[in-house]
Design a protein around this ligand. Sequence first.
Ligand code: F6P
Length: 365
Amino acid sequence: MKKRALVLTGGGDCPGLNAVIRGIVKRAAQTEEWEVIGSIQSFDGILREPTEIMKLDEKAVAGIHFQGGTILGTTTKGGPLAWPVKENDGTWSFVDRSDEMIRKLKYMGVDAVISIGGDGSQRISQVLYEKGLNIIGVPKTIDNDLSATDFTFGFQTAVQIATEAVDKLVTTAASHNRVIILEVMGRDAGWIALNAAIAGGAEICLIPEIPYNLNSILDVIKKRFVDGKGHVNIVVSEGAKPKDGEVSAEKSDEIGNKNLKLGGIARKLLHDLKEAGCEADMRETVLGHLQRGGVPIAYDRILATQFGVKAMELAIEGTFGEMVAYHHPNIVSVPFLEAISKYNVVNTKSSLVQTARGIGMCMGD
Ligand code: F6P
């Protein structure tokens, strides 16, 4: 009987997920000893009755490497450690179903689990590994905020999409003599904003790592407008905040989703600039989930394929409790504990920030 690997995708989707799945399946097919199945919507597919899994053979993954999203589906809610249960009085409670799930996986003849996910998923994987599950992680997120890998796949595609948005907004800002504020994703890390601002030539870039001073932004706008003529493009990361201020966010009302819903900083900034006397016409654009969908660029397809192949190789050699990672120029693996030990945020002294400042970009401070 063949050995069985189970693959799942968890957390927010990200360009390149399908290329990872294809890499895993194609590497397994080279062995003739392994077969691959997929769990629908992260671990939920295993926990549901009846179980929701799909067979993943070469036919099932043919041509999926350039498709956005994930053929397995995903979720940001619940999971085996905190499964939402609706009580009779309509309230929700959360139960730990991890032991039951591990028993079920044994019964299903699963020899290895490959969990493709972000920080939250890697944390769940560490707990499951400590409970004895043979599990391997693959890092995914457009935010690029996992420190154990040089890059996560999906990030460069998000930067490309955000850069194209800046390119478009620059010409409309110039035509109308406007200040245009573009809000991009990234959670607590300013990677997408900073990269897109440099690539797109924005005058101002605001990131979570450098709380901004409204007067610095006003100064740039004043200098760039003469007799009402001029334009300014601002790229602001969703997690940016003013000095002595808070992030623009609200609690999620989705049952089992513990993440803060970030958003609204562009609108707030526009409002605050107006209040502070900025007379220029201003508009804001929130790029939102456009950054997550669609076709992954070549770079992300290649990185994702490398991650998939490496994850399957770890399963074949029997190395568990580790997450694959990119340490240029190699694809390696690191223990989950190392992978989740710290976030990867923008180093404010880094050469990327120096480059931004070197071309005269205002970082809000
Ligand atoms: O972590 C990826 C990400 O796209 C963040 O950049 C963003 O804040 C969040 O997910 C949005 O989550 P959701 O899809 O649940 O709205």
